[in-house]
Design a protein around this ligand. Sequence first.
Ligand code: PMP
Length: 402
Amino acid sequence: IFGTIPEAPPDAILGLNTQYRSDPSPNKVNLGVGAYRTADGQPYVLPVVRRVEQALADDPSTTHEYLPQDGLKEFCNLSASLILGAHSPAFADRRSVTVQALSGTGALRVGFTFVARFLSPQTAVYIPKPSWSNHKNVVVQSGLPPAKEYRYFDYGTGAVDINGMVEDLTAAPAGSIVVLHGCAHNPTGADPSHEQWERVLQVVQEGGLVPFFDNAYQGFASGSLEEDAWSVRRFVDAGIDMLVGQSYAKNMGLYGERVGALTVVSSEGGNNEAILSQLKAIIRAMYSNPPKHGAMVAAAILGHAGMFAEWEEELRKMADRIRDMRQKLRGALVKNGTPGNWDHIVNQIGMFSFTGLTAAQVELMKNKYHIYMTSNGRISMAGLTEDTVEYVADAMKDAVVS
Ligand code: PMP
């Protein structure tokens, strides 16, 4: 019965990791997966996270009882405040419902299933071109038609193609979902300015579109949790219907613990209980209830002023190391005389740099130098260290001139 099942194509990002692990070269460098690495190239557990975990382990009242379908209430409330702002009109008007989710991907998956079930299974979803490669998978797996793309990035200027974006969204039918990266757009590292966000908000409002904000990097773009929530808060202030996904993978380093949240914001209050009941019903059938450990850790940090401040400081340090690597990579490319202009490496924000390397150049980097990155030329800046940055720059020069 199972013998004729065809093999699924490898995942664009996770497949790279597998290749990297099986490469025996001592010079190998992994710039593929977006996970923070220290200056020594090691995974990082934030000290404040470690302390909370220790305290939980030592506390005899900690149990492994199930959470309800919608997760840890305190975590959900704190999470919604983090992204919407403690004084959001959505709270004052009781227009928001938040459930815990299996990190950012889980928030998208539950959110799109909710859309398929309660908007329409034919709802059109628009994602930026390019976008995080998993967006299109999640849309289809949730029972919606394949995602359509809107113009987002101008390859000539390295900035957001705001006119193309507005034009494409203007043509989208009312009721369509528009996936928007709240900040630190993956993979381009190019975000709309505040003025450009205003134009996007205007077409969304005029066209009756429903934004689905995906926030995987709050705190990683500017180094400020508040500033990075600007776009989401601006749209919530406008009083429209929207969905908001959050992930604590990158900003709290809780990757494998799968800590995230989904918030449904309504333009009018009054139906929160029904919305929550349906989200719980979706979750019940999908995985029953979310994991507890990471949510307890995140809630402890989000709910304690001292630990929150420590977390912010850690975030700033991670964002600073990434910015430092941007400077060093650009500096090394200028120094070794790699043809082209590399200013975009320092101008882009967030975890990634969209280098502009072609798929063929990416292949050469992998085959000749054992340097791994996604085929669209995206590199994870946190994968670079003082020790590897010149090696990578020299390999880039070879790839560009060959
Ligand atoms: N959205 C975007 C844009 C991302 O870059 C990522 C992580 N790479 C995610 C969502 C989800 O990640 P996770 O499920 O690990 O939180």
